[in-house]
Design a protein around this ligand. Structure first.
Ligand code: NAG
Ligand code: NAG
Ligand code: NAG
Length: 488
């Protein structure tokens, strides 16, 4: 079976390259298959798709363990394939996703603002944190973000393992899971983790390095209590413990510091908890001393799965970019973006627009798995949007939708060609995006939008719409981020 799969993959690559010689159009990255995209959005809500996307369906997991001893692998599923949706059509689904996305971006910016102002280390209760947040950001969106992660993984916690879907998040560090007894737990698809049923559950004492690495902690009867607030009013509070974490159905890692959350409010509805992939000491990759990790985000509307891998080299031929860290906050992964081109022409954007200011910790561009739509500094966004519009004068324009100001009515088209969009990095490398990663459907009737947005903040964010179908490797040992298109 496996041999066949390998052969088939090889054959597909071979067939695709043979095909591309005879049919140059379909392999052209500027080419967008409009009718196929529209049918797919319609298929998600047609009656006979119930078997494809019922809510909380059981998806395939328990992938065989990877061959190398040091390499570890998790399954990765788009939210829709795990949870289904209660939305009535593709338009409302899109609007709900975009609303979640705005809450996510706001939370990231709040986190940075709090750190830059030096108040995150202070012992804030969630309520105090909320007040601080409000001071900085005006009205906060409280508890509405309903799961800012679009990608879930099946993870086992404890021994024997309790399997549950967890959100994967490069934007935070502390791992946690909803934990019995619940003082306040939101609804989740899987049974709540019960420490009483696990032989490996070990509370951390207050003098441990793990407890001391928490931003917000408390000591009660010499056991460590943790608290994480996500900047939008959502938070989790409970015991900080070590546990066994199992993935791929069989590979177990012992003594991972994880929050056993008894009081959990707001975010992440549907998932049992979160695996923090950030750059801080308590994140999962840091705890296992990973030299690298990578993920591939499959199409959010598909029910296919991919993997989150640790300690596996980036595929050959990847486009690399320098990975930069912020000395004020070690969580985020910054990318050294130097420019953007549209239709092969480098836009007149000052390279300092994208630079992280080492002294203030302000600015820069992060790569984030949880933000959907790439946010660019306003000056850069405007230049890019204007150039894209110039290259699409032949396409019928449509009104803007939510945060998108550049949309098209492609209902009468079978396919279109759009200008190429590429990111340029400070090491001279260039990453061209496939058209489907920036011309996205917002309804099922042919409205497509240019999927970037401006931000008034100095911080840019490369979001997961632009990362779809690409393996993104965080080479922590060599400070590089590598992009491998079509390597899911
Ligand atoms: C504190 O810990 C001791 C020993 O583990 C235990 O007997 C006691 O009940 C604990 N007290 C509280 C208030 O949890
Ligand atoms: C990671 O490295 C630290 C410090 O070198 C060590 O104490 C710890 O045991 C290592 N953890 C794993 C899982 O290898
Ligand atoms: C899109 O264009 C078609 C004709 O090509 C038209 O019938 C339809 O009403 C337009 N849709 C919107 C939302 O304007």
């Amino acid at each position: 079976m496996e041999k066949f799969a390998v052969f088939f993959a090889f054959f597909s690559v071979f067939a695709a390259s043979a095909l591309s010689r005879t049919l140059p159009i379909s392999s052209n990255p500027n080419f967008l298959d409009v009718s196929a995209t529209i049918s797919k959005t319609q298929g998600l809500f047609s009656h006979n798709s119930k078997s494809v996307l019922p809510s909380m369906r059981e998806v395939h997991h328990g992938r065989p363990a990877v061959s190398s001893h040091s390499a570890l692998s998790f399954d990765l599923h788009p939210r829709l394939s795990v949870r289904g949706t209660s939305e009535k059509n593709y338009k409302t689904l899109t609007l709900a996703r975009l609303a979640r996305d705005s809450a996510r971006v706001k939370a990231i910016q709040t986190r940075l603002d709090l750190v830059r102002l030096g108040i995150v280390k202070a012992d804030l209760t969630p309520l105090e944190a909320e007040v601080e947040t409000e001071k900085l950001e005006g009205p906060v969106i409280s508890g509405t973000s309903q799961g800012s992660g679009e990608y879930f993984s099946r993870v086992g916690v404890g021994n024997p393992p309790t399997q549950a879907y967890m959100v994967l998040d490069t934007g935070s560090d502390v791992n946690w899971v909803q934990c019995a007894p619940c003082a306040d737990c939101y609804q989740q698809a899987d049974p709540i983790f019960d420490p009483g049923l696990s032989s490996t559950f070990t509370p951390l004492t207050c003098d441990t390095q793990q407890c001391r690495s928490l931003d917000v902690s408390e000591c009660r009867n010499d056991t460590c209590l943790y608290e994480v607030s996500y900047g939008d009013g959502s938070y989790t509070v409970g015991d900080f413990v070590t546990e066994t974490v199992t993935f791929g159905g069989s590979q177990a890692v012992d003594n991972i510091a994880i929050g056993c959350g008894h009081t959990n409010e707001g975010l992440f509805v549907g998932a049992a908890g979160l695996i923090g992939l950030g750059g801080g000491k308590l994140s999962f990759p840091s705890q296992i001393n990973a030299t690298s990790f990578s993920y591939c985000l499959v199409d959010r509307d598909s029910d296919s799965a991919s993997t989150l891998d640790f300690n596996a080299a980036a595929p050959p031929g990847a486009v690399t970019a320098p990975l930069v860290r912020n000395s004020k906050l070690d969580t985020f992964y910054y990318l050294d973006l130097s420019g953007i081109s549209v239709s092969g022409e480098l836009l007149p954007i000052s390279p300092s627009t994208f630079k992280l200011n080492e002294d203030s910790g302000n600015g820069g561009v992060i790569v984030d798995s949880g933000t959907a739509v790439t946010r660019l500094q306003t000056e850069a966004y405007n230049a890019m949007r204007d150039a894209f519009k110039r290259g699409t004068g032949h396409l019928p324009a449509a009104d803007g939708v939510a945060l998108f100001d550049t949309c098209y009515n492609l209902s009468s088209k079978k396919s279109v060609e759009v200008p190429t969009v590429s990111f340029h990095f400070s090491n001279g490398k260039e990453l061209g995006l496939p058209a489907k990663n920036y011309m996205i459907p917002v309804d099922s009737s042919g409205t497509f939008c240019f999927a970037f947005a401006p931000t008034s903040s100095a911080l840019g964010i490369i979001g997961n719409v632009q990362q779809q179908g690409t393996r993104v490797s965080y080479d922590l040992a060599n400070s590089l981020i590598a992009f491998s298109p079509n390597k899911c």
